[in-house]
Write a protein that binds this ligand. Sequence first.
Ligand code: NAP
Length: 548
Amino acid sequence: MTGRSDNVHDVIIIGAGANGINQLHRIRQAGFVVVALEAGAGVGGAWYWNRYPGARLDSECYSYAYTPEFSAEVSTLWEWEEEFADQPTLEAYFNFVIDRLDLRRSIVFNSRVVSARWDEPTRTWRITTEDGATYESRHVVAATGILSVPFVPDYPGIQDFGGTILHTANWPAEGIDLAGRRVIVIGVGSTGIQVIQTIASKVEHLTVLQRTPNWATPLNNYRYSEERKAEVKAQAADIMRLTGSTRSCFVRDRRSESTWDVTDEERMAILQDLYAAPGLSLYSGGFDDLLTDAAANREVTNFLSAKIAERVHDPETARKLTPHHPFATKRPPMETGYYEVYNRPNVSLVHLPEEPIVRFVENGVETTEGFYEADMIVVATGFDAITGSFLHLGVEGTDGVTLRDWWEDGPRTYLGVFAHHFPNLFILGGPQGVNGNHPRCADFASDWIARAITRLRETGVSRIEVSDEFEDEWIEYCNSFVAGTLLEDAVAWQWGSNIPGKKRRYMLYIGPQPTFRLKLEEVLASDFGGFDVEEERASSRETDHARA
Ligand code: NAP
């Protein structure tokens, strides 16, 4: 074969976000020659790109961080200052981690992968980056994230807007001075809400273009005292054990009782406690039947509607801000003073279902009912989620089948890690696997992938591929957790509903993460039983290399 690369590695990791860093450390510790290719100029993935005003975590820092098992040194030395860190802190954390663990030298920055092709004769992946560099490896781990391809709707006249227009995931590192500006924000998901509540007091005028209001609940962030900092460190190992036992690796699990097992007074008190608790508590710590019983879910939405009505002075604005979908069928955003923003005289809410956008013009946006002037438009319209970043890698497997072809009707994986036609490719933190408190869930999968690749090396396996029957079984299993729940009717990025033309498929595994991990362990325990496994042949890869 011709055109071999000088950059030959045992393993290539694509992406140096939270998961890619985790995988890089584990693979390097296992003694492999490894490189991570990162599109950005720095590490952190979502926390590198999303520098918009107000970007902040909504899992508790100590549950999101790397575990003492991953690195006792990092765990001991790093100090969190508050329950939910902001973007600059998280970016600093990931830089701290790669420097302490000496990972920086194994990362190639500004290296966006544009093609990854399986070469059957040599059992290798051949990777090309945007700048034309080529790499080869026996194994590839794709850790490109589920929320990394920004989506900008194709509005009529969008190119005619004369001011600054920016998707939140492309915010410049040097920031933007918003003082005195007339700003439009489009989108009220987790991102839009963080932007809106942060910039409302800084801009001259803020117009929010809202398509679907969301059930936002208080983040209840707080700064740590010295005692709390010490406590967080002392409890690190316990917290990690706890998050390893819960359904989605959050610090809270759903309550074991149903909505109807308690009296009305008890229910209100529980909802109030969860509303006052940090982060995603109302979702992750809610009643058992939250997503299976419409009436139970209505107890929560009635409770939240009353909160919106209390907090927003103008009843008409409160009406527009009150969603109609069941709670948590769209991912609930966290807020800090979000609803009060609409009491400000410099903030207007435009409810798009009642006055759709007609076109963008040089100095603003026209709707069917009016004109909204702006010199800046912030596009907080989300991402081509879950599959988007993997499809953009230009992956081509056996028989010329591309991942884009293979996933045309929705993602197909076994355990969220393997895909038929793509031997020796491991997906970390993509569809149908890791889900919930993401880096914590992915930590287990990353550890497993490192052990799996080690086992393959030890047993002289050069090629491993899963069958499409295994994929079918896994997809059916993933779907079984959604069937009969309120999620079935959701309009949400988890279904791909936010991207025009994307097939409607539920793309996540929402069963218990401990069960998912047991299934991964069964694969190793059975030595990849049922997989198509080939041992190193006489014409080994090394021999081929020598001949090339
Ligand atoms: P998102 O949840 O998909 O929200 C996008 C918003 O844009 C929605 O309000 C959506 O309305 C609106 N939109 C989309 N297309 C539109 C169109 N053509 N016209 C008008 N409005 C349109 O995206 P996101 O807010 O970036 O959040 C994505 C995910 O990232 C979150 O769910 C969360 O998992 C994660 N995130 C986490 C944090 C954190 O604190 N840790 C922060 C930010 C994001 P519809 O609802 O009608 O589609």
